[in-house]
Design a protein around this ligand. Structure first.
Ligand SMILES: Nc1ncnc2c1ncn2[C@@H]1O[C@H](COP(=O)(O)OP(=O)(O)O)[C@@H](O)[C@H]1O
Ligand SMILES: [Mg+2]
Length: 455
């Protein structure tokens, strides 16, 4: 069947896209936070280092002196292989250090610190500056200490954290995609449940679906049930129509037959009599066909709910045999009834109509002055009715064909019939959880058996 793609796959892809977006977003956020944190740490150390150097400034003989404290640099070195520079100015003039690192720097006001990023020897350099006022002799001089450091360490830490964040994001993404697939599949599971429930149904099962659907599927289920309802109603209507039509045909036919019978007895001429007999036979066939149409409609109607009533197959056999006796008498056919009690559960009207149709075949296809045997037995867990005749047999066509609607055998050429008899029998037996068996008798004749579960 042509489909417009898979909802499950679409849902998975959609959720995966969301997960990918979130992963990239969280990765870039973590990366930027990591860089900021590393930079802030460096800034703090640079400021601390500059202020340690500033604290070490002294005035001696009216001049500013500086003995660089080792600790000021050792704390900077702790970060990494970064290079460290310093520059100390007094009133703008270099006291010691590398002047280039403070080239584009506005020195901070006394007591203040300032941070700046410059480029020195083609490398980015972070510089912290602090200004301190020192009393040199009688003068107050502003001394500014600059401490600069390259930023390898910062990049190293930031990159490291970024890589870890990337790995975590990939892991998150993978898990999210897997979960998406599972979620998509489980949320679509309900649809499959309903589809299976529909698929599992037999061809005649038109009961409404009883599943409790999730909210979103309720409209689908409702319209499905409405469709089923419409379908079964229209089926029932056409069955009703057939039954009604058959019934209306049968009643006038009975009148015609009765009249023809009267006429048959009132004429003496042999050819007239023969003609009357032909009329009666044709009327019989027509009313038999109408009867079968009626039976077929009844089967379709009643087999929807087979009652749980106990029935004796022997009783069914005797009723059906009695019904067929007049027809059999016309051909001088003997019907032997050999019935032991066999109880089954079901619908006696249906079972009787099934047996009547099989018996009708036996009588119809057998040559005159033969006999038909109806046997009722129990065998293990089943009750069986067998109808055996000494007619022409079923031939060598596949027997299943005979139970199909309107299918007639080659051996039926020349006999009137509708091809519904065995269909009715099969449908009834199947509705009773049983099976029908067609076999050729050894020698000649046909044997038809209903095998039904015992009550
Ligand atoms: N007792 C029988 N002997 C020989 N052939 C039979 C017998 N019963 C059924 N058949 C074959 O099975 C076919 C289908 O039977 P059925 O459904 O009753 O239709 P119909 O009797 O109207 O032809 C018949 O046309 C005939 O070929
Ligand atoms: Mg028949």
């Amino acid at each position: 069947m042509k489909t417009s793609g898979s909802i499950s796959r679409r849902l998975t892809v959609l959720l995966a896209c969301v997960a990918a977006l979130l992963s990239v977003l969280s990765w870039s956020m973590v990366t930027s936070f990591a860089r900021q944190a590393a930079e802030r740490t460096q800034d703090n150390i640079l400021e601390a280092s500059a202020s340690i150097i500033a604290e070490a400034l002294r005035s001696e003989d009216g001049e500013v002196r500086l003995e660089l404290p080792y600790s000021a640099f050792s704390m900077l070195g702790a970060i990494s292989e970064d290079r460290v520079f310093y520059h100390v100015t007094q009133g703008g003039a270099t006291l010691t250090g590398t002047p280039a690192i403070s080239a584009d720097f506005v020195s901070p006001a006394p007591g203040q610190t300032r941070l700046n990023t410059t480029t020195y020897q083609d490398e980015p350099l972070r510089v912290a500056a602090i200004t301190r006022v020192i009393l040199a002799g009688a003068n107050r001089v502003a001394v500014t200490v600059y401490v600069g450091q390259t930023r390898y360490g910062v990049s190293l830490i930031a990159n490291d954290l970024s890589r870890t964040a990337a790995l975590l994001s990939i892991a998150f993404f993978t898990v999210a995609v897997a979960l998406s697939a599972v979620v998509a599949r489980t949320s679509l599971h309900q649809i499959n449940v309903i589809a299976e429930a529909v698929a599992r149904r037999g061809p005649t099962d038109l009961r409404p679906l009883r599943q409790t659907p999730p909210q979103e599927l309720a409209p689908l289920l409702q319209s499905l049930n409405r469709l089923i309802d419409r379908l079964s109603r229209s089926l029932r209507q056409s069955e009703d129509f057939i039954a009604e039509a058959a019934h209306r045909i049968r009643t006038p036919l009975a009148t015609v037959r009765a009249q023809a019978e009267v006429a048959l007895h009132s004429v003496d001429d042999v050819t007239e009599k023969k003609r009357m007999r032909q009329i009666i036979r044709a009327v019989d066939e027509s009313s038999r066909s109408a009867g079968q149409l009626l039976d077929h409609a009844t089967v379709a109607y009643r087999s929807e709910n087979i009652p749980d009533t106990a029935i004796d197959l022997a009783q069914i056999a005797s009723t059906a045999t009695a019904a067929l006796q007049p027809t059999a008498d016309m051909k001088d056919i003997d019907i032997h009834l050999d019935a032991n009690t066999a109880m089954v559960r079901g619908d006696d009207v249906l079972l009787e109509s099934a047996l009547r149709n099989v018996l009708d075949n036996a009588v119809k296809y057998s040559p005159p002055e033969t006999s038909v045997t109806v046997r009722v037995r129990t065998a293990g867990a089943s009750g069986e009715i067998t109808v055996s005749d000494s007619g022409p047999g079923l031939g060598d066509e596949p027997f299943e064909k005979y139970t199909e609607r309107f299918q007639r055998g080659k051996n039926a050429e020349g006999t009137v019939g509708s091809g519904l008899g065995l269909t009715i029998a099969r449908d009834v037996v199947l509705a009773h959880q049983g099976r029908i068996e067609l076999t050729n008798n050894e020698g000649n004749g046909t044997c038809v058996s209903f095998i039904l579960p015992r009550a």
